[in-house]
Design a protein around this ligand. Structure first.
Ligand SMILES: [Zn+2]
Length: 417
């Protein structure tokens, strides 16, 4: 099963067809799972080299495992916790499924037998820190390193053969940090995120865990599923998830690390992308887009109004007056102080007094034509009108020749502010 990937690299149709027949046939799975003819089984094992692909899982990284369509990798975090982890182990055993477990150091310290059971069952065992702090994204690097070392120390100490420990690490809570990742990578440890979780650490029903697992898998078509073997709801949901995976034609893939005598499964770089570009996608064959077009283009000046009217001599597009105004006055002048002042004696002011409309109009006419007011008749008329209203004498005196003083209109002034 380990060499299945070679078939795809050789591009031999005969070998490819044989490979598909041997890996995808349900009969082959049943044969691998004595006593469980309906088992989902494990379709193939891939060997990965952490040095070549140090970060995997599209929830956070560009690359993920080189899975084919409808292939799934099951992962379980935070164990071992005897009560629930043992049940998960039994469910997987009944289906002949191999998975990857990320162990917490303290759990291994408390339940080393649980770690040994995983190894004995043929599962892959990686680590998940010493105490599962959800602060890897901000803790000092030396503390992160102590957490990483504690998990590795106690998990390997629980194993009969510590070389069985895979150099795989999943950051608690996926709280990634560049420094932590670089530290892990420098030590040849592969950083595992996931392609989709099923939210089984939240307070949701087992049925909800099942629904999310299937919905999210269907949305991506393949990938790494993140589960927790310490959760009772996961134990309850797992059989239904597995049954549905089989009904929908999914296949389980087991992942193991490369060693000196177990070389990595040959793959092409593009296979480590969740959805690599296909032959039918034209852009996949285009050369890389150079960036000079955008980075070296100067900003063009905005066209002047004269440019728009360049053919005005032959085909006038705009009235000439409009052009001249636009050229000269870029902004409108600020209004003068007396813009909102109304001269005393004007019809507006007089109408606001207690004068009758007729008298007010007469006074206003007199104010607007001071020369005419010099006549005797006008003076007499003004005096008569003055008796009609106490507010008028001042207006009359102004009407005799003094320039009209502005009267501020409070309401207008207020509005102008
Ligand atoms: Zn965890």
């Amino acid at each position: 099963m380990i060499g299945t990937g070679v078939a795809f690299r050789t591009r031999s149709w005969t070998v490819l067809l044989l490979g598909l027949l041997t890996t995808a046939s349900p009969a082959a799975f049943a044969a691998d799972c004595p006593g469980h003819p309906d088992a989902l089984g494990t379709s193939r094992t891939i060997v990965v080299d952490p040095h070549e692909h140090p970060r995997i899982g599209t929830m956070q990284y560009r690359e993920t495992l080189p899975l084919k369509d409808h292939e799934v990798v099951l992962t379980f975090d935070d164990g071992p916790l005897p009560k629930n982890s043992n049940q998960v182990l039994q469910i997987l055993a009944d289906e002949c499924i191999k998975a990857t477990f990320f162990i917490i150091g303290e759990q291994a310290k408390a339940n080393p037998e649980g770690v040994r059971k995983l190894v004995a069952a043929g599962h892959t065992v990686g680590t998940h820190s010493m105490t599962h702090p959800l602060t890897f994204n901000k803790m000092p690097l030396d503390k992160a390193e102590a957490q990483i070392n504690g998990g590795i120390e106690w998990t390997s100490a629980a194993m009969t053969d510590p070389s069985k420990l895979a150099p795989f690490f999943r950051i608690p809570g996926l709280m990634r940090a560049e420094g932590v990742e670089n530290l892990l990578i420098s030590r040849g440890i592969q950083v595992w995120s996931a392609d989709f979780p099923a939210d089984d650490w939240r307070h949701v029903s087992p049925d909800r865990v099942y629904q999310l697992a299937i919905q999210r898998l269907e949305a991506k078509g393949k990938g790494i599923l993140l589960l927790h073997d310490i959760q009772a709801r996961t134990v309850a949901a797992l059989p239904k998830i597995i049954r549905d995976l089989k009904a929908r034609g999914y296949r389980i893939v087991h992942v193991v690390p490369a060693t000196a005598d177990r070389p990595a499964t040959p793959t092409m770089a593009v296979e480590w992308l969740l959805h690599p570009p296909t032959e039918t996608t034209p852009i996949a064959r285009w050369p890389a887009v150079p960036n000079f077009v955008f980075t070296q283009t100067e900003r063009l000046p905005a066209p002047g109004l004269a440019d728009l009217n360049a053919q005005a001599a032959h085909q006038p597009l705009l009235p000439r007056k409009t052009i001249a105004q636009a050229d000269v006055a870029a902004t409108l002048p600020a209004p003068g102080r007396d813009l909102f002042a109304i001269p005393e004696g004007s019809i507006e002011v007089l109408l606001s007094t207690t004068l009758s409309r007729r008298a007010a109009t007469r006074l206003a006419m007199a104010a607007e034509t001071p020369h005419a007011a010099k006549g005797k008749a006008a003076r007499v008329q003004a005096r008569r009108t003055a008796h009609a209203a106490h507010a008028v004498p001042k207006h009359v005196s102004q009407a005799k020749g003094a320039p009209p003083r502005p009267t501020r209109v409070a309401s207008l002034k207020k509005r102008a502010q």
